[in-house]
Write a new protein. Structure first.
Lengths: 601, 121
């Protein structure tokens, strides 16, 4: 073992060096405190040091004190040499962080004993450090296993062929796995069960528990289905079955889980749910904007074997939204220690309710991240959004054929056919040609460059006019989807259709909420044009003009949604230009290219 | 006149103990001490002449460390006496303490010279 000796007196220094060398220590010598300090700073600092108390520049006590303030350095065992054997000096030395002391002139036998004690402590220290590191590695490994269990066993994928509902789910796993889970059972295309659960505790045990409970649900279904002779077991029967299977186990292992089981039945337009002590589920009634909650007063699963779980039925309407979440969402804290809470979550759901569920869960994630100023959380953040599709959003357009007035290919864009406007109301909105001429710098709002070979008349176009009622958003989305799918010369690919639809939805919703400030009877006009390389959608309104540069940066805390729309739009399309035409109409041109564009030189 | 016990001037056994009984190393250390001694004594003389108490304490402490390591009990006590005067700032009459230290140091030097003159075992 290497030992540092620091003494400014040559005679005792040489003696120490000689005797330590005889005892097979590797000796490093310093002739004063400054040199000792320098040696102790180096990467290969000796783990044991014998320091003379009194030295010029920096004395031995000070070297100890400085070294103990360094938390990043490995532990050094200090023995102080002092000719003063007064008690208070020794106490001062120990307070400064010395491990032991010896009276000068030193006694060889005592020195040997003290050095052995020092080595033993250093060995223990090293063992402890190695154990801590091994534990850390084991914990990392455990977290990996837990994450894998969670990803593969706990988080189910929403069925792909749902009709009439849209589902999106999101999880941010915490560093310690929590055992949050969700799953979906689809019984018929129009009947979907959603389970969202949260196991108490963390790590692999919680993840395994979650996986076990999930398998109990599958078992319950497989037992109850044949017993019922084809009749779907009620959620409360399924819960009762699982409860009878797992509660004794849970109690034995001193764990429990909260859970919400919800069945969405579109034929009856109702949700049947059993709440086992879970966070109250948000039910946004789209028509009125009212936030309701689905909640019961039952205990979590695994608390009492005598607990009875009863189901509750609630009606829903088309366009309604349900948001299930784990308490990790509402219990996320900001830097001031405040909880995110139910109210903020409900406000965020309401403010972004027009977004497709996938975008909505992402918005909720951003909102929580922004609130807490953190990307990682002590608990899993789980969120499942179910939206009952608004009327006429998908089935309205059989075979993808647009039912809107559509121009023939290469029809001169000189004026809209009167058929474009809904028959009950004459169009008061500017014609296509006017709009084109009224773009920024008097040019084409779609902003094709003069040397662009694809510039010129569109290959297909269509237009629609709707009212500014929020319920029209579905019609607008359907118009965009239908146009893009049937747009000559070829349909736009589905991913781009989705992005363009999202941007148009955002823009239209902004017009309804802000330009028209909630008025529902004002006109909104959409024009769609298809070119060889792009699709352009223009939205017109006669409401309050919107200056995009005045939009605040996106605020994800749910308190306002102004900046978010602009942010969302900019991220979903390739070009977005706001303009105002000669008649004072506000225009927004959104362009989506058919293929990824090369970066402009 | 009492004659001090030789062990109290230079306790060879004690000094050898500190180097695991290696006489050759002890000889080397004794030579190292004798080589540095004139400068140490000059430091003490200068400090005493200037009545510079902290310098007296420092110089006497240094000499004390060296003679202590060699097992020179009497020289150690003499150095300790002068160091104490310096530490307490009592510089009215340091001469007796200085003379005593000088005397004990001379006795130590004689004993060390005798040790060096012996044929190595």
């Amino acid at each position: 073992m290497r030992v540092l000796i620091a003494d400014d007196d040559p005679v005792p220094r040489r003696m120490l060096e000689a005797v330590l060398t005889k005892w097979d220590y590797e000796v490093v010598v310093a002739t004063d405190g400054a040199e000792a300090w320098e040696i102790l700073q180096s990467d290969d600092a000796p783990p044991l040091a014998i320091l003379d108390w009194l030295m010029p520049e920096i004395d031995g006590v000070e070297v100890c004190r400085r070294m103990r303030q360094r938390t990043d350095a490995p532990y050094v065992y200090f023995i102080l040499l002092t000719s003063k054997d007064r008690k208070e000096d020794i106490i001062e030395g120990m307070d400064a962080g010395a491990d032991d002391y010896l009276i000068k002139p030193f006694d060889a036998h005592r020195l040997q004993v003290r050095l052995r004690a020092g080595r033993r402590i250093l060995d223990l220290q090293a063992e402890l450090l190695a154990s801590v590191q091994a534990l850390g590695l084991a914990r990392e490994r455990e977290a990996e296993i837990g994450a894998r269990i969670q990803q593969t066993l706990l988080l189910g994928q929403p069925p792909a062929d749902l009709q009439g509902v849209e589902v999106a789910a999101l999880t941010i796993p915490s560093q310690q796995i929590d055992g949050d889970f969700y799953d979906f059972f689809q019984h018929t295309p129009r009947c979907l069960d959603v389970i969202v659960g949260d196991v108490m505790g963390k790590g692999v045990p919680a993840a395994l528990f979650g996986a076990a409970v999930k398998s109990h649900f599958l078992r319950a279904l497989s037992r109850l289905l044949p017993a019922g002779q084809g009749v779907l077991p009620q959620p409360e029967e399924i819960i009762a079955h699982v409860h009878s299977e797992v509660t004794a186990e849970f109690i034995g292992l001193e764990s429990y889980m909260t859970l919400c089981y919800a069945r969405f039945d579109q034929e009856r337009q109702q949700v049947t749910f059993v709440d086992c002590g879970h966070t109250k589920t948000i039910h946004l009634v789209r028509r009125t904007g009212e936030v309701r909650t689905l909640e019961g007063d039952s205990l979590p699963l695994g608390v009492s074997e005598r607990e009875v779980y009863a189901q509750v039925v609630a009606p829903f309407e088309e366009g309604d939204l349900f948001c299930f979440y784990s308490d990790g969402v509402t219990e996320a804290r900001n830097q001031a220690g405040e909880l995110f809470g139910f109210d903020r979550l409900a406000a965020a759901v309401r403010s972004a309710a027009d977004l497709p569920p996938a975008a909505l869960v992402e918005y909720l994630r951003q909102t929580v991240v922004d609130f807490s100023h953190a990307e990682t959380f002590p608990d899993d953040l789980t969120c499942v959004v179910v939206r009952i599709e608004p009327p006429g959003s998908r089935e309205v357009l059989p075979d993808g054929r647009p039912e809107y007035a559509t121009g023939a290919a290469r029809q001169p864009a000189s004026g809209p056919p009167t058929a474009v406007a809904p028959p009950h109301r004459a169009s008061r909105l500017p014609a296509t040609g006017d709009a084109r001429g009224a773009g920024p710098d008097g040019g084409n709002a779609v902003s094709a460059r003069p040397d662009d070979p694809s510039a010129g008349a569109p290959l297909a176009w269509a237009a629609i006019e709707t009212s500014s009622a929020l319920t029209e958003l579905a019609t607008i989305r359907a118009f965009v989807r239908s146009f893009c799918r049937g747009a000559a010369p070829a349909p736009l690919d589905e991913a781009r259709v989705g992005e363009l639809e999202l941007a148009v939805n955002e823009a239209a919703s902004n017009i309804m909420r802000h330009a028209y400030a909630g008025r529902t009877d004002a006109p909104i006009r959409l024009e769609a044009e298809s070119y060889a390389d792009r699709i352009a959608i223009r939205l017109f309104n006669e409401g309050r003009a919107f200056d995009p540069s005045s939009a605040p940066p996106p605020s994800f805390d749910g308190t306002r949604d102004g900046g978010f729309g602009v942010f969302m739009i900019a991220n979903s399309v390739d070009e977005a230009e706001y303009f105002r035409d000669e008649q004072g109409w506000n225009g927004l041109a959104l362009v989506k290219y058919r293929a990824s564009r090369e970066i402009d030189a | 006149v009492r004659c001090p016990a030789p062990d109290s001037i230079f306790n060879r056994a004690e000094a050898l103990d500190r180097v695991e009984g290696d006489e050759q190393i002890l000889r080397e250390i004794v030579r190292l001490f004798l080589g540095g001694l004139p400068e140490m004594l000059a430091d003490i003389d200068g400090a005493v002449r200037r009545r510079d108490a902290p310098a007296v304490e420092r110089a006497a402490h240094s000499l004390k460390g060296s003679v202590g390591s060699l097992g020179a009990r009497r020289a150690f006590d003499a150095a300790l006496g002068l160091e104490a005067l310096g530490r307490d700032g009592v510089m009215a009459d340091p001469e007796p303490a200085r003379s005593e230290l000088l005397r004990e140091t001379e006795a130590l030097v004689q004993a060390l010279d005798a040790f060096l003159a012996e044929q190595p075992a």
